[in-house]
Design a protein around this ligand. Structure first.
Ligand code: BDR
Ligand code: CA
Length: 332
């Protein structure tokens, strides 16, 4: 089987780092071809997301892949950073070495478009940060939804599950709701023109908060990886994430949304989905950043999204994290 071309748009970020390491492991195993990594300002500023992405790729021993800097902030509002969640530089307690890897000269939005055009109908795109760069890419190439095989987004919260940023909003969407809404509109337009375009897959907190990483899992990762530098740095980063989650009352553990979503992007059959028409609330005083799903076809709008509502995997998200752990440990 030919490796699947994959593009990751991320904002590393501690759980993004797990997603990066997992995808490098899949690349090493010959199952995917990492067509590029786009860094978007999110958890930390653009310079730190770029630095972190390059360093994590180094530590994972990734062969050269294009890495490009995307949007340095949200489309229309000042960007909000989250050093309390991911550490002052986005890698928790991990002290990332300076990388020798060089940055692709292209803008992240251009890399999105180039990668999609290079693999028409084949590219699997995964977004684990704000949608800001993707929104720019859609301006450059409005046909992007048709060029992709699949878009999988970590964003939003559905089915009444509480937000992690406001009562109704998830962080990746909350930080740039206008960008996320442009993604919804682009998929709506593309599917109105051509119903064979795959709806964008959205994985919200109602699903991803099940991906709980524990100190015991970190210990086993380091042990299985025989103390590899990558595993030790990931464990250091995750220690900060445990402290953050404990500080907000979740316990000494970490919800690692992004590796679950990266795994799901490569295992579409493991997702139980429901088609909906999705828009993002950009105006509400109390509801800005809310993901508003319409599964009843109000106003006659076609489904532009599929919500991942459950996993069909025995053992659920914990079993997925087990697989991710084993893959990353193999990178030693
Ligand atoms: C999302 O926000 C970020 O802090 C995480 O990396 C994840 O992508 C969860 O709301
Ligand atoms: Ca992220």
């Amino acid at each position: 089987m030919r490796p699947i071309p994959v593009l990751l748009d991320c904002d590393p970020g501690i759980d993004d780092a797990l997603a990066i390491a997992y995808l490098v492991a899949e690349q090493r195993a010959g199952r995917i071809d990492l067509a590029g990594l786009v860094c978007t300002a999110g958890n930390v500023g653009i310079d730190d997301t770029v630095r972190n992405a390059l360093s994590w790729l180094d530590l994972a021993g990734c062969p050269p892949v294009p890495v490009a800097a995307g949007a340095a902030g949200a489309l229309v509002v000042p960007h909000v950073f989250t050093p309390e969640t991911h550490g002052p530089r986005g890698a928790g307690h991990a002290d990332l070495t300076t990388t020798t890897r060089s940055l692709d000269p292209r803008d992240g939005a251009r890399l999105w478009v180039d990668a999609a055009r290079a693999h028409p109908g084949e590219l699997v795109a995964v977004v684990t940060g704000p949608s800001s760069t993707l929104a720019h890419a859609l301006e450059l190439e409005p046909a992007l939804p048709r060029l992709l095989r699949r878009l999988v987004v970590m964003g939003g919260t559905f089915r009444g599950h509480p937000g992690n940023t406001t009562p109704v909003s998830e962080w990746n969407v909350d930080v740039d709701p206008e960008a996320a809404d442009r993604v919804c509109l682009a998929w709506e337009a593309a599917r109105a023109d051509d119903p064979t375009v795959a709806p964008a897959r959205w994985c919200g907190l109602n699903l991803t908060e099940r991906a709980v990483w524990t100190p015991e899992r970190s210990r086993r990762l380091v042990e299985a990886a025989q103390g590899s530098t990558l595993s030790r740095h990931l464990a250091d980063a995750l220690r900060f994430y445990f402290e953050f989650h404990e500080s907000v009352g979740e316990g000494y553990l970490a919800q690692v949304h992004d590796p679950l979503v990266a795994w799901l992007a490569l295992h579409p059959e493991a997702a139980l989905t429901e088609p909906v028409h999705l828009r993002i609330e950009c105006a509400g005083e109390h509801t800005r950043g809310m993901t508003v799903e319409d599964g009843r076809g109000h106003r006659g709008r076609p489904a532009n999204a599929e919500l991942v509502v459950d996993l069909s995997v025995p053992g659920g998200a914990v079993a997925v994290l087990e697989e991710v752990t084993v893959s990353i440990a193999d990178l030693r």
